[in-house]
Design a protein around this ligand. Structure first.
Ligand SMILES: [Zn+2]
Length: 83
């Protein structure tokens, strides 16, 4: 049986739509692995300040303006962990 979604975003939209209609979703073991891995790594993202310090070539102790500006670009593209 073909899966009813092509991308991870399709899967998320499908699950959200069923949830909004209060419908149960039944997933295959392969889809369960995909979802479990995504959930397992959800908190792995760094904070924006941590990204800034990773990018800092001056080894600042607190994020400097230039590094924070670059960190904002990375954060906007990939998301960050919010503590
Ligand atoms: Zn810096």
């Amino acid at each position: 049986m073909d899966k009813p979604w092509r991308t991870e975003k399709d899967l998320a939209a499908l699950l959200l739509a069923r949830s909004r209609r209060r419908r149960t979703s039944i997933i295959t073991p392969d889809t369960a692995v995909l979802i479990a891995n995504a959930l397992m790594h959800m908190g792995d993202k760094p904070t924006r300040d941590e990204i800034a310090l990773m990018l800092c070539s001056s080894h600042c102790s607190t994020p400097c303006y230039a590094c924070m500006a670059r960190a904002n670009i990375v954060a906007a593209a990939y998301g960050v962990r919010r503590d």
